[in-house]
Design a protein. Structure first.
Lengths: 166, 491
């Protein structure tokens, strides 16, 4: 009874928030903020810049193909284009996952897609909270920045430098 | 043989022999005395006959004297003796006839005297008549013919013969009396001597025998009295010990009586408790039956709960499926919102408002996703709780089955308990009854012990009296020994 009451309250709160957002006037100019995706790769929680991503997808079929690149998982069809899919974890030097990663992001700068295991959430933080990391060699040099999220200092994956390898 | 005779027999035999001798002597003396008396009576009788004969002759002389006097004097006064003697003569003659009735010789003498007397009296009368009628002369002449004298001589001769006969008889009786007196004297003398000697002999024999026997008996009595003293002492000691033991036994019996009463009360309490337990067992049996029915109801309800829980699990799975769909929708919405945001960012200033909308949509999708996660978690918890409840319910069902079986066993046990308690109740009642009977018996035993204790006290007193009596008997035996054997009294 209590759980059903909580769910009903939650639904009512969601409904009220949705209505409020639609009823609100356009927001005024906000300070510069960067949008980031919180993902899980190789047991770590990392951040992806939304500005580097052209699209987020889940559960897409990946067709394996033979390749000398260890990170290449296969190819997939996204929005009418055939894109190679690389394991972001392997590209960052993590051991390969047991199963095929479920999540995919496509890059805006290159016809590539990176796969990773988990997608947690989409966050927006002030740019001044993004700082360079001291341990810049980690992740094969692709984790040079970090941001403080909910008390944790999470590394930001530089998808552009990763894509530059291929 | 005499040694085997008893004291009374010996004394009786001795007194019998002595009495027999004395009786024989007395009988002989009595017989001799009687014979002497009879002889003396016969002598007196003979003397009386002689005197009667003499009197008769004297009367005859008186008659003749009177007749002679009258004849001589012619005085009638002289006839007075005559007249007087006439009557006496007849009486005397009859008296003699009576006195000599047992003597034929004397009877013959009287027979001989009677005609002589008649003739003499007739002669005298005739002379007197002659004197009266004819005078002195004829009368004297008649006298002178000696008839009268002859008659008198014949009478005297008869009287003499009678006297001689009487004297002979007297002499014979005198000898017989003398012989009888001698015999009597001898009998009395020698009989007395012999009796005295025999009595002395018997007395000596009896005294000797009695002394020996009584001495032996006295020794036996002394030894027996000593043993009796010892026995009386032992008996008195035993009686005192017995009295003490009886007292202890009485005390123990009283304690036993108190214990048996307590046992009876306890048995009664046990009986009451057993009855209450039996009632409780019957009530418990009924309760168990009710509980068994209730368990059956619980089991059915548990089965329903299990069914409902399984249904709940299925529903939860269905809800989970729906939630998965919602989650996927939220995820897709989030993806779309993110992609819209990306696209809006690519649209520049024109896409800014769309970015806001996409952000709101994304936030909603995030919240929906969070809510779906929470719902999934809750569903998982519900499913886990349902599974746990099902497992617990199945366990409960098994427990209920086991409990039902246990309750069945408990019901059986209650039935057995009720039976055992009933048996216990009967046993307790029997114990109570037996204990009451035992109490009664113990009371009787107590009374008997009291009586026995009283009897023991009396026995102790009696033993003391016996001891005193034994001491007195010992003293008496010593005195008796001193009496019969003075020299032994010093022993």
């Amino acid at each position: 009874m209590i759980q059903s009451t909580l769910v009903a309250d939650r639904a009512a709160a969601l409904r009220a928030e949705f209505d409020r957002q639609f009823a609100a006037s356009p927001a005024a100019a906000a300070p510069v903020r960067d949008r980031l995706l919180v993902v899980g790769i190789g047991g770590d929680t990392l951040l992806l810049r939304l500005s580097h991503i052209a699209g987020l997808f889940a559960g897409r079929r990946i067709v394996p193909i033979p390749s000398a690149a260890a990170s290449l998982l296969g190819i997939t069809g996204l929005r009418g284009a055939i894109l190679p899919v690389h394991s972001l974890g392997v590209a960052l030097g993590f051991p390969p996952a047991a199963a095929t990663p479920r999540w995919l992001v496509t890059l805006a700068s290159a016809p590539l897609a990176f796969a990773f295991e988990h997608f947690h959430q989409h966050i927006e933080i002030a740019r001044d909270r993004i700082v360079p990391r001291a341990d810049a060699d980690r992740g094969r040099g692709h984790l040079r920045e970090a941001a403080l999220v909910d008390g944790d200092n999470l590394a930001i994956v530089n998808l552009l430098s990763v894509a530059a390898q291929f | 043989m005499f040694n085997r005779w008893s004291l009374g027999r010996k004394l009786g035999a001795g007194f019998a022999v002595a009495g027999t001798i004395l009786l024989a002597v007395a009988l002989l003396g009595y017989s001799s005395t009687v014979s002497l008396i009879e002889n003396d009576r016969q002598v007196a009788h003979s003397r009386l006959i002689q005197a009667a004969f003499a009197a008769l002759i004297s009367q005859m002389k008186d008659v003749e004297t009177g007749q002679r006097g009258y004849v001589i004097t012619g005085n009638p006064a002289y006839l007075e003796p005559y007249e007087t003697a006439l009557g006496e003569i007849k009486k005397s003659f009859d008296n003699l006839r009576t006195l000599t009735g047992d003597n034929s010789a004397q009877q013959q003498h009287l027979n001989a005297m009677q005609p002589l007397i008649d003739r003499k009296l007739a002669e005298l009368k005739r002379v007197i008549e002659l004197r009266k009628t004819q005078g002195f002369g004829p009368a004297a002449a008649e006298i002178g013919n000696n008839l009268g004298k002859d008659l008198m001589d014949q009478l005297r001769a008869v009287v003499v013969a009678s006297d001689q006969e009487a004297d002979a008889l007297l002499a014979q009786r005198a000898r017989a009396a003398e012989t009888s007196a001698d015999w009597t004297t001898a009998v009395i003398l020698w009989g007395s001597i012999a009796g005295a000697a025999l009595v002395a002999l018997i007395g000596w024999f009896i005294v000797t025998s009695l002394t020996r026997q009584i001495g032996a008996a006295v020794q036996h009595v002394q030894s027996s009295s000593s043993e009796l003293q010892a026995a009386a002492n032992q008996q008195a000691t035993g009686a005192r010990e017995q009295a003490t033991a009886m007292t202890e036994i009485a005390t123990t019996i009283r304690e036993l009586l108190a214990s048996s009463r307590q046992i009876a009360e306890s048995a009664q309490s046990v009986s009451h408790i057993a009855e209450e337990t039996a009632n409780g067992a019957r009530t418990g049996n009924g309760t168990v039956e009710q509980a068994t029915d209730a368990i059956g109801g619980i089991r059915r309800q548990v089965d329903q709960v299990v069914t409902h829980m399984l249904d709940l699990g299925k529903k939860s799975q269905e809800i989970g499926g729906i939630v998965e769909i919602v989650s996927e929708l939220a995820e897709q919405t989030n993806i779309l919102a993110i992609n819209a945001t990306i696209e809006a960012a690519g649209a520049g200033e024109q896409g800014r408002r769309f970015t806001v909308v996409a952000d709101e949509i994304r936030k909603l999708a995030d919240r929906v996703g969070g809510s779906t996660k929470e719902i999934r978690r809750l569903i998982e918890e519900v499913r886990s709780a349902a599974n746990t409840t099902v497992m617990a319910t199945e366990g409960g069902s098994k427990a209920v089955d086991a409990g039902s079986r246990h309750f069945g066993d408990v019901a059986t046990s209650f039935t057995q308990i009720a039976g055992l308690v009933s048996t216990t109740t009967e046993a307790a009642r029997e114990i109570e009854l037996s204990t009451k009977q035992q109490s009664t018996a113990v009371e009787q035993v107590n009374i008997a012990i009291s009586n026995a204790a009283q009897a023991t006290k009396e026995l102790e007193a009696s033993s003391t009296q016996t001891l005193e009596t034994a001491s007195a008997l010992a003293a008496l035996s010593r005195e008796l020994s001193a009496i019969i054997r003075p020299q032994m009294a010093l022993v």
